[in-house]
Design a protein around this ligand. Structure first.
Ligand code: FAD
Length: 390
């Protein structure tokens, strides 16, 4: 039976950051990872570039500085988004793994149970191995990007210590429509996208404030805007849905429940009023015979002008039936409520010596580096504190 000061379940972003911070305190550290390599998801982040923080993310400067000092990750900023100087995600994965070289990294080790007896945690793996430690960090992620190793094990482990759970829901993904969008497949255009919830339940109601209660920092205590919620940027059409950063960000507000209908309205001319656009189109029609053609990508202009459909470029509306699911989602809404961990150390309020980090917590941010910033921030804080407390 192997004994450690700090045992970490999950060699992802928050687990590796926690291990590096605990090692810095001179502790004996082990990381259990169910995959046959660490940091598999990190390598896929930011389209292979790893957008690991954002200048506007909470405690961003602190996180970036800590990663630079612990692992030699040098930042580069592009439109507020922070990447490694190499713009390669593998740099971050390898630098973190190197910073954890003093820890025992135990691969192909899926933790299936954890318990505390007296001051000691005991963790068992699927293949029957047992590990013992004085501090335990649950860094097993949520369920987004399920193919990278996160299948929701962390929820069961946290629940076994008495933690409650906000229902996990896939977020930061394209939205799916019942309509056949073959005619628009591949089209990209700038738009203001507005998500609306149309149901018997009025917006601004208790229902809305519970289910749309995630702000720019993913905090549950954020006061939500009433529907519609809007984001602006480039949208992209697929055969059966709509993607692009504004749509992915809006997917965090989707809570499909019986009796609710969500619609996504796209305004391709947010800078003009309805009347101004009508005037512009009339004039273009009169002088050049072109109307909306030439103002939008051709396929999109043709779709909007399809006879008999009554479509309007300032309110092109689609029914939304959900997101594509866990494989394509980049974040998880839901998880262990933030109220159940200390906001600075991420120690469990229910079990001393237990820490919970990263996506396993009920935190999700928009695209742009907020989620990795959170994973690193919580991992560093937990590793630091667990290392000091042992
Ligand atoms: C395709 C994609 C792109 C993304 N791009 C970005 C981006 O550019 N910027 C950004 O901010 N965020 C991005 N994200 C989100 C970001 O990757 C996550 O928020 C972050 O990785 C969460 O860190 P974590 O440590 O909580 O979990 P993870 O990084 O998911 O790590 C959890 C680890 O625990 C392991 N594990 C799970 N269960 C067990 C078990 N029972 N026993 C042992 N090990 C276990 C898993 O195999 C995994 O290695 C992206 C996500 C995806 C899917």
């Amino acid at each position: 039976m192997a004994e450690y000061d700090v045992l970490i379940i999950g060699a992802g972003a928050s687990g590796l950051a926690a291990a590096a911070a605990a090692l810095k305190q001179g502790r004996r550290v082990a990381i259990l990872e169910r995959n046959d390599e660490p940091a598999r998801k990190i390598r896929a982040t930011g389209n292979g570039r790893c957008n690991y923080s954002n200048v506007d993310a909470p405690k961003s400067a602190e996180v970036v500085d800590r990663l630079r000092r612990l692992a030699g990750i040098e930042p580069a900023v592009e439109e507020g988004r922070i990447y490694p100087r190499s713009f390669e995600a593998s740099t971050v994965a390898e630098a973190l793994a190197a910073a954890c070289s003093g820890a025992d990294l135990i691969l192909n080790a899926r933790a299936v149970s954890a318990q505390k007896d007296g001051d000691v945690f005991t963790v068992k793996t699927e293949d029957g191995r047992t590990f013992v430690s004085r501090a335990l960090i649950l860094a097993c992620g949520g369920k987004a990007g399920i193919q990278y190793g996160c299948t929701g094990d962390g929820y069961k482990l946290a629940e076994s210590f008495g933690h409650s759970m906000e229902k996990p829901i896939p977020a930061l993904d394209a939205m799916v429509c019942p309509e056949d969008l073959e005619a628009l497949h591949g089209v990209r255009a700038q738009a203001r996208a507005s998500l609306n919830m149309e149901s018997g339940i009025g917006c601004g109601s208790e229902f809305c404030s519970i289910y749309a209660s995630k702000g720019p920092e993913g905090r549950s205590d954020y006061q939500p805007p009433a529907f519609p919620v809007s984001e602006q940027g480039e949208v992209q059409f697929t055969r059966n849905g709509i993607s692009g950063i504004p749509v992915m960000d809006l997917s965090r507000y989707l809570r499909l429940m019986p009796g609710t209908v969500y619609t996504l309205s796209l305004d391709f001319f947010p800078e003009l009023s309805d009347e101004e656009l009508e005037r512009l189109l009339d004039e273009r029609e009169r002088r050049f015979g072109s109307g909306i053609k030439g103002l939008l990508p051709e396929k999109l202009a043709e779709y909007i002008e399809e006879p008999g459909k009554g479509r309007w470029a300032k309110d092109l509306c689609f029914i939304i039936t959900g997101t594509r699911g866990w494989k394509n989602a980049q974040a998880t809404c839901g998880g262990v409520p933030l109220s159940e961990v200390d906001p600075d150390s991420f120690e469990s309020a229910l079990c001393k010596g237990l820490y919970i980090t990263g996506e396993l917590l009920d935190y999700d941010g928009p695209c742009g580096g907020y989620n990795l910033n959170w994973a690193f921030r919580s991992g560093l804080a937990a590793g630091n504190c667990a290392g000091k407390d042992c």
